[in-house]
Design a protein around this ligand. Structure first.
Ligand SMILES: *Cc1c(COP(=O)(O)O)cnc(C)c1O
Length: 359
């Protein structure tokens, strides 16, 4: 697929941009361009791929996404490597997961090569938008939504696929050493639902529980399973790993109600490389509390593209309140984070072919 290039007629002034890039925060600063590809069933599918100025999107008030929430997205990062080049981390995994989400939401697939090319083209167009802050990266947000004006309930016949870019510093405001989490009585995903799809609707439903966690002074919300209300599933946007004193590590299994994180998948490999015995196993909140209190469970880590690997220091809520380890970052969490970030930035050997170098 050929991408038409429409350069921004008035990109942000270099001095204003560079000032913003020194402290970009997360999710509120955007680059000059975006990728847009249109889909129309009547025109044979995807067409009019372009890299164009980032601008507003006009929608008909009857656009299906505004009524029935046919929308999916991905979250990935472009990194500046040690040699000064730019790289993506396992982008084919994002492309694959995007299409699995599309299948669940009755949306058309975006061919994997088109998805990756779209991301590459945007990184190239906005290569001056990498943050200068330590640990910064260019966060990329591919997404797709139904734009057909139609109020009947059926899959739409028109969609837009877009990619926008947002320079990102640290995900957690304070650069917190360890996060505190709140166990919600709301649930995120039920068997047979959309828990393993990365769709906007899952996030809409998580806003009230997340708001409660924030209001009580916590950094993230923890969701338990929707059936027995006892099995630990994941945080609002991060998967979990539990580290034990005998060299075992547990992460909840992909039973359909948790999001199959690419960071999760990478950590399973990296932890095994460290000689740890990793199993995908159900783990209950009661067991977690007991193991944390007895000292059998040493560390808990939360992981995802946005926050990378973050230690969980404290768990609160109606299922009990407990501290993990000393409440700060544990040894393995710190080590594995360094290893993952090292691979992404080219400081550590990429044994698995995870890094896709650009330019
Ligand atoms: C995106 C996401 C994750 C993390 O996935 P990564 O591929 O590691 O970024 C975890 N949980 C939820 C609910 C998510 O949406």
């Amino acid at each position: 697929m050929d991408f038409k290039h429409i350069p921004h007629p008035a990109p942000m002034a270099a001095d204003a941009r560079d000032a913003a890039l020194a402290d970009p925060g997360f999710g509120s600063l955007f680059s000059d361009h975006m990728v847009m590809i249109d889909y129309d069933e009547a025109q044979g599918g995807w067409h009019s791929a372009r890299v164009c100025p980032r601008e507003r999107i006009a929608l008909d008030p009857a656009a299906a996404v505004l009524h029935y929430a046919q929308e999916i997205f991905e979250g990935m990062k472009a990194y500046k490597t040690l040699e000064g080049g730019r790289a993506l981390f396992r982008p084919e995994q994002n492309a694959r997961r995007f299409n699995r989400s599309a299948d669940r939401m009755a949306m058309p697939n975006v061919p994997e090569d088109v998805f990756i090319e779209a991301v590459k083209q945007l990184v190239k167009a906005d290569q001056d938008w990498f943050p200068t802050v330590e640990g910064g990266s260019l966060y990329l947000r591919p997404f797709m939504f139904a734009c057909e004006p139609f109020l009947g309930v059926r899959p739409a016949k028109q969609y837009k696929f877009c990619v926008i870019a947002s320079p990102a510093g640290n995900y957690f405001k304070s650069g917190v050493p360890a996060v505190s989490i709140w166990t919600s009585e709301y649930t995120r995903a039920a068997p047979g639902g959309t828990g393993e799809a990365k769709c906007g609707g899952n996030y809409a439903a998580s806003l009230v529980p997340t708001g409660q966690a924030f209001a009580k002074g916590h950094d993230q919300v923890l969701f338990l399973d929707a059936v027995e209300r006892k099995w630990v599933e994941e945080l609002g946007g991060m998967n979990l790993f539990f580290v034990f004193d005998d060299g075992r590590v547990i992460t909840p299994p992909l039973t359909g109600t948790i999001l199959p994180g690419i960071t999760r998948d990478s950590l399973i490999t990296l932890l095994r490389e460290e000689g740890l015995e990793v199993s995908e196993e159900m783990y209950s909140i009661d067991q977690w509390r007991d193991d944390a209190n007895s000292g059998k469970m040493l560390e808990t880590m939360a992981c995802g593209t946005a926050a990378v690997v973050t230690p969980v220091g404290k768990v609160c809520g109606s299922y009990g309140e407990f501290t993990i380890g000393s409440g700060g970052p544990g040894q393995l969490t710190t080590k594995i984070r360094e290893k993952l970030v090292g691979i992404q930035r080219g400081r550590v050997e990429d044994k698995h072919g995870w890094v896709l170098k650009l330019d």
